[in-house]
Design a protein around this ligand. Sequence first.
Ligand code: SAM
Length: 365
Amino acid sequence: MALEKPAAEPKPTAQVVSYEDDEEAKAGVDIWKYVFGFTEMAVVKCAIDLGIADAMASHPEPSISLSQLSSELGCCPSSLRRILRFLVHRKIFRHHADADAYSQTPLSRRLLTRGENSMAAFILLESTPVMLAPWLNLSSHVAGASAGAPPPFVTAHGDDVWAYSVANPGHSRLIDDAMACHARAAVPALAEDCPEVFEGVLTVVDVGGGNGTALRLLRKAFPWIRGINFDLPHVVAGALPPCEGVVDVGGDMFQGVPKADAAFLMWVLHDWSDSECVQILKNCREAISESKSGKVIIAEAVIGEEEDGKLTGARLALDMVMMAHTSGGKERTEKDWAHVLRDAGFAKYTIKPVRAIQSIIEAFP
Ligand SMILES: C[S@@+](CC[C@H](N)C(=O)[O-])C[C@H]1O[C@@H](n2cnc3c(N)ncnc32)[C@H](O)[C@@H]1O
């Protein structure tokens, strides 16, 4: 017996919808982003762990069928299809329905484990149990911060992230790899957007320079620069192989900073409280004091400096990361930076936006 199609419902007549009703309806949809927010990180991590983007990149054709991909990865085809359906919906990979095949997108290429645009190491760091555990202590920290509640990372692991990294070399390497992949995206953007910052600068000390990736990229853009990659001894011990024009020096920036024309600090000051930043910056001021053109170049977010607001959410998220993972670190507004720089004895500063999460702050003694 054929099923009968029910008669069409009468179309609703036009109604006046207030902004509040609209917001209410949108809230009913948007709330699911928060209910299931963790799935985005978890599934993207799964895609990196499986090597989906890498397998597509090494496939000789521009697209790859589900059966080829699943046999290449040794995965269950039906589970892989569901993972890909989730990712395709977010424009991570493209599905070609006619051939039931998949190809890369600009976003999926960022999940490659190598390459200029890869952010895989950063995602793998943030999705480790070590970095996820502190988030569960955020509310107890915020509620008790004025009464001296320890920072979330310390509650979770008994030490701050830097002491934890000394004791856990594997975690330290994950941090270095994550910072290096971020540097590969950020340094070319700042070099292209404000090359004048490095004109006439012959020597640079990269304070908290990690494994030396940023300094090598600066030298690629400005080949006349000679640089010192300065970081904690266990970090420089695992730095990139030696290269011309770069020396690695281990030390503690709270004790002193090697001398140069310019001290460069990218994503270092945001890890620390205002008083600790003042101490680091005073040591940087001392380090550049013998150079006629001495200056400190800071690559950090400036909250409220958004050109178009596209990275505002990322900058505010970074501020939350600082709250969860550091002991007093934060993202700063221009007013915050002005205070810190003045207290460290700098006479003037300029801020230049670049196509990155950071701006370039030049501070002059
Ligand atoms: C967030 S990472 C930034 C790395 C690098 N500047 C970049 O953006 O790629 C902060 C760096 O500060 C270093 N650091 C932490 N405490 C330090 C200290 N007391 N002296 C020198 N470096 C330190 C860490 O080892 C780490 O490499």
